[in-house]
Design a protein around this ligand. Structure first.
Ligand SMILES: [Fe+2]
Length: 261
């Protein structure tokens, strides 16, 4: 059983599914892989984007209806993927998962971790709102300094890895970091971040197998099913003790020379 908390399955609202057929195809793809529930998380790039909220809710209801008409059993929920902004708020119906006022999905620019984020997260965590950082393994800030992932988790944030990163589809650096984050207990969810049935498709079953064989069945169940289900319900998530992640010490030129002597 798999629960997928990061998807772009709603049509006509962002760069995800381009029409209703594609949306349904993604749902079918997911269902065939044992995904029992999916959260639609369209992009909210800034506060102004919340003007689309009613439209997003309408599309979500329509997708549920069409899924039923097509005999799909998969359960659908609503949330969004918020692009981190200094003035970001969580006051909207779609801001948190299933409007639970507890967990929200947030992404950073690919190139860096914005300065304001640490303080912003701290304030939100004090209000018992838990950030789930979308695909940290794709972010250059975390790639260049993985110890920051440990710091974010220590301070209460959770981390969501993309299935396609584990498969190497986003390149070798995101793949390496994804493996590292799981090994160091710094990953709490694996999700599809699916946009279309081909290039950015749902490949959760295959990733589940990889995680189960590398880190064991318990870990796979936690990352693909238990934690995602808890994030939707808004209940407390079990955190394994994170292992400090230090930068790999680059050996000095002289030290390397010594190795050859
Ligand atoms: Fe996304």
């Amino acid at each position: 059983m798999i629960v997928d908390i990061h998807t772009h399955i709603l049509p006509y609202v962002d760069d995800g599914a381009e029409n209703w057929d594609v949306s349904l195809e993604l749902l079918q793809q997911a269902e065939s892989q044992g995904v029992i529930a999916m959260v639609a998380t369209p992009h909210i790039l800034n506060e102004n984007d919340y003007r689309l909220e009613e439209n997003i809710i309408t599309k979500y209801r329509e997708l549920k209806k069409r899924a039923r008409e097509n005999n799909l059993k998969i359960k659908l929920y609503l949330g969004c993927e918020i692009y981190a902004q200094p003035d970001m708020t969580l006051d909207h119906k779609i801001s948190t998962y299933n409007n639970n006022q507890k967990y929200f999905l947030v992404e950073f620019p690919m190139t860096s971790i914005p300065q304001f984020v640490a303080q912003k997260f701290f304030d939100l965590i004090l209000e018992e709102k838990t950030p789930i950082i979308a695909h940290p393994e794709r972010n250059a800030g975390f790639i260049n300094k993985p110890s920051l992932a440990y710091e974010f988790v220590q301070r209460g944030a959770l981390m969501q890895i993309n299935a396609l990163s584990l498969l190497g589809k986003h390149g070798s650096k995101p793949k390496d970091l994804a493996y590292k984050l799981i090994s160091y207990n710094l990953a709490h969810f694996v999700a599809s971040d699916s946009h279309d049935p081909e290039k950015r498709s749902v490949r959760m079953a295959e990733c589940y197998e990889i995680v189960a064989s590398q880190w064991g069945a318990e870990k796979a169940k936690m990352l693909f099913y238990e934690n995602p289900a808890k994030a939707i319900k808004g209940i407390s998530i079990d955190r394994e003790e994170p292992i400090p992640l230090h930068e790999e010490q680059k050996q000095s030129f002289w030290k390397r020379m010594k190795l050859f002597n």
